[in-house]
Each structure stands twice: as C-alpha cells, then as structure tokens.
Design a protein around this ligand. Structure first.
Ligand SMILES: [Zn+2]
Ligand SMILES: [Zn+2]
Length: 304
C-alpha cells in the first residue's frame, strides 16, 4: 500500500486547478456516506488522497469492507453513539476495541460541562483516544437546538481532564476566535478581535486541538485575512484539516452544508476545496503538510 497515494481515474495531467493535487492529504471530517463510491467520488472530485471516517459505533464491519475495497484511501474511523444513554460508555469502549481511533463527532443537546459528556471525557482519557466535539450556541433552524453549550468556559474541562485529547469543532469553537463573540450569530463576519477564547485555549492547553472543517472553520479563517497567518502559525501543530462537506462530487454539486441555511456562503462550493485553497495560499509547504497530514497522523495515531 502506498500511503497517501492519489489514484483518480479522472486526474488531469499537467497544470491543475488544484495546487494541492499530488499532495498527501487526509480529510479528517468525512462522514460515512451511503455508499463507498460516494466517498470516493468526493475525495477524487476535490483531489484529496485520503479520509478518516466519522461513523457510528456499529460501523466497524462496514468500514473494514470499504477499506478492503479501496486499499490505502481510508486511514481509520471515529465512532459516535448517543451519549445521553446510560450504556454509552460500554458502547464506545466496544467500538474502540473493534478499531475506532476516536470518539466523534459527538453532537448532542447537552452542556459541554454536563454529566453526559464528562463521563465520556474521562473514558476518552482512559482508552487514550481523542474526542471530537461539535460546539454550537446558535440554532441554524427554528427547531435545531444547540450543542455542547458553554464553550467559553471550556478551560475548566481542559483542566479537569488533562489526559483527554479534545478536538474542537463547529460554530462556537470557531466563532470564539474573536474576543467579542457573544453568541449573536452562527457565523460572525468581519474583523477578529484579538485574544479570543479559542486562540487562548489552544495556546494554553496542550490537550486542546482544532478541527478546521465545515463552514465554521472556513469562515473563521476567511473573515479577517490579517488574522489568519498568525493564527495558523501559533497553532501549527494543533490544527487538523477536515471538510465536513456533503457535496456530491467534490466540486460543489448537490448541497455542501446540508440543513444549514446560515452557511449559504458555501452554496455551490466544495468546503474541502475552499479550505485547501485558503491553506495553500496562506501557509508555507511544510506548514500545509502539518495541517493536512502530519498533525492528523500524530494526534489520531493513524497507521498509514
Ligand atoms: Zn459537526
Ligand atoms: Zn465537497
């Protein structure tokens, strides 16, 4: 198996519109799709060599089959289960024993410092696997609700669970790069006020990492171009590329951010392409490689 090999039937030779084509890149926020072909279509379409699946606790068999069908493309998987249920710990422990490399994404209507998540933080430390959390304080639709609320006070959790490897993701994690965020919008725009909670926690706590995926990650890196290079430089060992893109073809077809009207800026676009373009033009090659390959391998202990 060639690690990170890119093997798209539709690869264009010569000059490419994707300056990352040929690089080994792992999309660490790739939700398991209806078919393996749909996953491959997305990867090939946006010219990403590899992916890490975010899946369910029961997905081990399916993922094993996909990995056998497409050797070298899928480097592992994370397992999620309903953490509000009493047997969640047992289920997640079993998933790790069957090969899951982490927990996530965990997206539930609970408090970030509440008892449902706390016991999962403790379990992640015990099993020595990372935990990927969706933080969101502003609903995208009237009925959606909020998830893992209270990120502004997350320092207390980082302190209480020093052996847990937390991966921050989604709206509230990324909106809080700005010190003036007050849950006024899912995706705030404009200049970033320096000294935001996210920037500070990433700097202060070795057990917090950031998932660059989704409109939330892309928005935070796009909204204030003067902020972005310094931010990426400060946390170059702790940020991990992912797309969370649901477009069908890796070119923006279908819906890239499903059930999410406030993320309209991504309509017709592939989130993977948008964020890879941004990272490529903002970082030196060695940093780009950290963000899109090396950090994932180190933090998630990927084998290939
Ligand atoms: Zn999410
Ligand atoms: Zn896409």
């Amino acid at each position: 198996m060639i690690a990170g090999a890119f093997c798209s039937a539709g690869a264009v030779h010569g000059q490419s519109a994707e300056p990352w084509a040929g690089d080994s890149i792992v999309d660490c926020h790739h939700h398991l799709r209806r078919t393996p072909e749909a996953s491959i279509q997305h990867l090939d379409g946006c010219r990403v060599s590899n992916a890490l699946f975010l899946a369910r606790d029961v997905s081990a068999g399916r993922i094993q089959a996909i990995r056998a069908q497409y050797p070298g493309r899928f480097l592992g998987w994370f397992a999620s289960t309903d953490i509000t249920k009493p047997d969640a710990e047992e289920i997640l422990t079993k998933a790790v024993k069957s090969g899951a490399a982490g927990f996530g994404e965990l997206k539930f209507h609970v408090e970030a410092a509440g008892p449902e998540l706390r016991r999962i933080y403790a379990l992640a430390a015990e099993l020595n696997v990372p935990i990927l959390i969706h933080f969101q304080e502003v609903p995208h639709t009237p009925t959606e609700g909020v998830f893992a609320t209270g990120f502004r006070d997350f320092a207390a959790m980082l302190k209480a669970y020093p052996k847990t490897k937390f991966i921050g993701h989604a709206d509230a994690f990324w909106a809080n790069v700005s010190a003036d965020y007050a849950n006024e919008a899912a995706y705030p725009t404009g200049k970033i006020k320096r000294g935001g909670v996210t920037d500070k926690l990433l700097g202060d706590y070795p057990n917090l990492y950031g998932d660059l995926a989704a409109n939330s990650g892309n928005n935070a890196l796009s909204r204030d171009p003067e902020f972005t290079p310094g931010f990426l430089e400060r946390h170059l060992d702790k940020l991990i590329f992912g797309s969370d893109c649901s477009c069908s073809d890796g070119k923006g077809g279908g819906v890239s951010q499903s059930k999410n009207p406030p993320a309209a800026r991504m309509a017709g676009k592939c989130v993977a392409r948008e964020t890879l373009s941004l990272l490529k033009r903002t970082t030196a090659p060695a940093v780009f490689r950290k963000l899109t390959w090396e950090n994932a391998h180190k933090t998630y202990r990927l084998k290939a």
